[in-house]
Write a protein that binds this ligand. Structure first.
Ligand code: SF4
Ligand code: SF4
Length: 112
């Protein structure tokens, strides 16, 4: 199994997660972060650290597309291990629906 970053991280990027990961498997794009499923050791430490509740175990049903999304972008984006500043409008985006569509132009994360 792995943990994955899901839709509510998009445009929030609080980054509380990256500093607790013992294997440094977070990768950062402009709008969101992802976890490399091949590097995650399933420790679960990051999950409660996320203020946006965006980190989920892939044992939850329906997350196959997010596993594909995390895997794809972990190979494209740079590794991140230190917390930076979230976007100034992060709170405005927290909890909004349709963020994947708005930012990545896809309703299915596996197709983003
Ligand atoms: S703490 Fe949550 S919202 Fe912030 S970057 Fe990590 S996954 Fe995204
Ligand atoms: S579950 Fe553990 S290893 Fe996986 S991303 Fe979170 S902190 Fe890192």
């Amino acid at each position: 199994m792995t943990y994955v970053v899901t839709e509510n991280c998009i445009k929030c990027k609080y980054m509380d997660c990256v500093e607790v990961c013992p294997v440094d498997c977070f990768y950062m794009g402009e709008a969101t972060l992802v976890i490399n499923p091949d590097e995650c050791i399933d420790c679960g430490v990051c999950e409660p650290e996320c203020p946006a509740e965006a980190i989920k175990p892939d044992t939850e049903p329906g997350l196959e597309g997010w596993v594909a999304f995390n895997s794809k972008y972990a190979a494209l984006w740079p590794n991140v291990t230190e917390k930076g500043d979230p976007p100034p409008d992060a709170a405005d985006w927290d909890g909004r629906s349709g963020k994947l569509e708005a930012v990545f132009g896809a309703s299915d994360p596996g197709a983003a």
